[in-house]
Ligand binder design. Sequence first.
Ligand code: NAD
Length: 455
Amino acid sequence: MNFEQLIKNQRTFFNSNQTKNIGFRIQQLKKLKAILKQNEQLLYQAIYTDFKKSEFDTYTTELLLIYSEIDTALKNITNWAAAKKVNTNLLNFPSSNYIIPEPLGVTLVIGAWNYPYQLSLTPAVSAIAAGNTILLKPSELALNASNAIAKIINENFPSDYFTVIEGGVETTTEVLKQKFDKIFFTGSTQTGKIIYQAAAQQLTPVTLELGGKSPCFITKDCNLKQTVKRLAWGKFLNAGQTCIAPDYVLIDETIKDKFLQLLKEFIIKADYSIENNNYVQIINDKHFNRLTNLIDQNKIYFGGKTNKAERHIEPTILTNISFEDPIMQQEIFGPVLPVISYTDIDQAITQVKSMDKPLSCYIFTNNIKIKNKILTQISFGGGCINDTVMHITNHHLPFGGVGASGTGSYHAEAGFKTFSHYKSILDKPFWFEPNFKYPPYSKNKLNWIKKLIAK
Ligand code: NAD
């Protein structure tokens, strides 16, 4: 594909100013929602073929989030896109001062495979709402989902406005040679560095939505039954292939045994079986092999059964884990949960702080002191107190990482901001002109400046 020409066409379309019209943006958002709704069956089938993700999971963790993102944008776009008045300062009196949001231009969105619809189309919604053109590259690992997105978008939108290109590393490497006005990337920290470097060549602004090891603290004064339920749900959703899944547990030594027992009981009762549509496959053989290698057979408390042909790994709990174990050296991104106990919360916090800043952190506690200690002392993207994963579903909360887990954020207004430039304007009338800033300078003028401004 001739990417140079494609991007040139998008730039020409952007320069026609059509995307700056709010009515146009609203029309595109409505159209996107309508065509996704019309094609839901295709979307369900494609993702089921990729990793046996059920209709229930696909609707609740993918389509619902996209629809809600579109609805929120439709409801708020006029307000988000309006110029915002700000106060003037004495030095510039009289003038009006305002900030105008403007679209960045031609944008590139690169998606990850684990939630292939949501991670590709939610940023696209923000890009549309902010008035940009979009080149979208979903992940090649969820191939059928990528095909479905390409079919739906490319059959319904002109390529000089919104288009999907498909392919893997080679395609992305080629595309990244082009100049964009914004790159929005979701994927691993390792690939994030490659994207950042490519963007730097063109001074293109980036948003990087990356991964990492998200800790889950469980203190002795939590409600253990609720904790187990909410933790297990967030961990084994999508078979652990969730960027904000709790990666490992740090639990007070005194409640560890009870916790393990309850967690085991919950997993058995929840029926994490693919046949009953309560679970998904591991995306491919490479990740299946990586995960099975991380399961230390001597440390299995529960689970550990795998099926290579089905790419199935049952929910697995590992105990007697230390921070030196191989499983603590990388993001797990699968249904394996290491449980580490602590006797001193301060030591546990220090340990987490010595690692890369995580995308999420979860704290199960009724102890306000410990909650505040963790919230103040550990830097992380976002998270929940007494729950997991659910912060992603509140569009009032910007979503993103910090440090190695990402830069920038999105969802609702945060997404609109991510795809906008905020132009600051000082707007002055001609009728008043104090002369003290102009040469020739004098002691008297300086005194006036000091009196009026410096205080
Ligand atoms: P990945 O980095 O392998 O791939 C992401 C995208 O980058 C894909 O579209 C892929 O084609 C492309 N890509 C891969 N290698 C590339 C290269 N060398 N040059 C250019 N492009 C390249 O990530 P993944 O396996 O698809 O996703 C899993 C990772 O993404 C995990 O680390 C997870 O935590 C993270 N993730 C983060 C979020 C978030 O919102 N922060 C969401 C989902 C996944």
